[in-house]
Design a protein around this ligand. Structure first.
Ligand SMILES: Cc1cc2nc3c(=O)[nH]c(=O)nc-3n(C[C@H](O)[C@H](O)[C@H](O)COP(=O)(O)OP(=O)(O)OC[C@H]3O[C@@H](n4cnc5c(N)ncnc54)[C@H](O)[C@@H]3O)c2cc1C
Length: 476
């Protein structure tokens, strides 16, 4: 095919897209390039066009057209995904959900909410709070990420311990398949065993099996009263003993249990660095944890929280502790855990999101750091994460005085990946706890999934997207 005929086919496709969504909603050239690639990367977005359908019908028409033209489509939500799942080339069409943001209804009796997939997580949280209910998903990117992105990545976050991953917050879905078929599976029921529960195919599928357009979300009773403490420990064993202890004493009110190894605490409380937190505890302990409970009874809950920590302290399970006395103090504590911009300013820095049995974590972190130090004396390794969910985030920053070239960076990344990922296989851990696979972890999928599992993933992809137009090359 000559380049002229390719150009004219491309123009025909853009004209047809304009017929569906209107001229103002097919962006090309500078209109695309003026947008950023990612939440953390301001380099220009590259794509043949960015299309903004207003509703499910338009999304279906766009996909039908792209399917017939074998046109690759990459769905974009809030662009906060961390595994390059939303990567595009100049041959791709971006399908953006930015006009499908409505919170359609809240059922206060049934504790459900119907939303369009482009709704921002924080807006969903706020809408639930207005009806004295709450949504059980929360994460640092809440102000930018969309529920469609959360569902497509099966996001985890800060309340998994209590409410589970995104999968547990979704009752029903509406998905547009690659050929434009609208699959309405908008179940509102907690119990519905009528055959295969198809929504689970799409949750965590990173835009490779369908485009999520609407969802029925499960809401919970509001727990507006929050108690938060920062704790310090002398050993990892002490951390896990405390987790067992307070899991029993605080029972279902325990909402978050986040662990932070010393280097990350020291970085984010360093008074010489702008934007850090005031240290609530001395930076001399090897380990810290943020513990948070939520309930709807202010006084009794605070008493129970304080009593549980006091008992733990008396039993030698905590070295030091501070309880937040105000929202300002609580925010200061959480900023230590959530503020990763300073750590990310190392160049290069390799970022991991892994899971493994809690009992193996202490030893795993020790041996991994020791292997990294043998490889790169002076390497900085930040470790923190959702301990109670078996999920750690590891940031590896090899020392270098000046920026390294791309080839060296890639070589170092591969070495670091092997050091972090290979031991997880024997421990039954995962190379991706909550961020997904995207492009970044694709080469390592087999570390966490068997050949039979990967084959079935390929079969599902082939069945649902035979032309391979939906986010091809991601995951598998
Ligand atoms: C500061 C910060 C903190 C974070 N904390 C956490 C955390 O604690 N836990 C966690 O799990 N993640 C976390 N993340 C990662 C990220 O926020 C989640 O992956 C989020 O769910 C992505 O949502 P998004 O709308 O930004 O999706 P995008 O980044 O736009 O897309 C992510 C993937 O989903 C696909 N996709 C998006 N929308 C749709 C749709 N409607 N239909 C089909 N496919 C779609 C895309 O093609 C892509 O593959 C964090 C990110 C940041 C920047």
């Amino acid at each position: 095919m000559s380049s002229n005929s390719t150009t004219s086919e491309s123009e025909k496709l853009l004209d047809a897209l304009i017929q569906i969504v209107g001229q103002a909603h097919v962006l090309t050239g500078d209109q695309v390039n003026q947008r950023a690639t990612h939440f953390w990367d301001s380099s220009p977005l590259i794509a043949k066009a960015l299309v903004r359908p207003a509703n499910t019908q338009q999304t279906s028409d766009v996909l039908k057209l792209c399917h017939e033209a074998s046109q690759v489509v990459v769905t974009h939500g809030g662009l906060t995904g961390l595994v390059d799942g939303n990567h595009t080339t100049d041959a791709d069409i971006v399908l953006s959900l930015e006009r499908q943001t409505a919170i359609e209804s809240v059922d206060e009796k049934g504790h459900t909410m119907v939303v369009q997939a482009g709704a921002i997580l924080q807006k969903i949280q706020e809408a639930a709070a207005k009806t004295n209910l709450q949504f059980g998903l929360d994460l640092g990117a809440r102000g930018s990420c969309t529920i469609g992105g959360n569902i497509s990545t099966n996001a985890g976050g800060l309340s998994v311990l209590r409410y589970g991953m995104t999968r547990e917050q979704v009752l029903g879905l509406e998905v547009v398949l690659a050929d434009g078929t609208v699959l309405s599976s908008m179940n509102q029921m907690m119990k519905n065993n009528a055959g295969y529960d198809l929504k689970h195919l799409f949750i965590g599928s990173e835009g490779t099996l369908g485009v999520i357009t609407r969802a029925v979300l499960r809401l919970r009773a509001a727990t507006p009263h929050v108690d938060t403490a920062m704790l310090a420990f002398s050993s990892f064993e002490q951390v896990t003993d405390l987790l067992n202890d307070i899991s029993a004493s605080l029972n279902s009110s325990l909402d978050a249990f986040e662990v932070i190894w010393q280097p990350f605490y020291q970085l984010n409380t360093n008074p010489k660095i702008e934007g850090t937190s005031t240290a609530p505890l001395p930076a001399s302990y090897p380990l810290y944890a943020i513990v948070e409970t939520r309930s709807n009874q202010a006084d009794s809950a605070t008493d129970q929280f304080q009593q549980a920590l006091e008992n733990a302290m008396n039993n030698g399970l905590i070295q030091d502790a501070v309880i937040a006395q105000s929202e300002k103090e609580r925010t200061n504590i959480w900023h230590i855990r959530e503020h990763i911009d300073i750590a990310l300013s190392h160049n290069p820095v390799f970022v991991y999101d892994i899971s493994l049995p809690i009992a193996d974590m202490g030893h795993y972190v020790e041996t991994t750091i020791s292997t990294l130090e043998k490889q790169w004396p002076g390497v900085i390794v930040y470790v923190y994460g959702h301990l109670a969910d078996g999920n750690l985030h590891v940031l590896v920053a090899p020392p270098c005085e000046s920026p390294v070239d791309e080839e060296t960076r890639c070589n170092w990344q591969n070495i670091s990946n092997d050091i972090v990922y290979i031991p997880l296989q024997d421990l039954g851990g995962s190379i991706s706890a909550e961020h997904g696979i995207g492009l970044t972890k694709k080469a390592y999928l087999h570390y966490s999934r068997t050949p039979a599992e990967v084959e079935l993933m390929k079969t599902l992809k082939q069945t649902l997207d035979p032309a391979g137009i939906l986010n091809p090359g991601k995951i598998i």
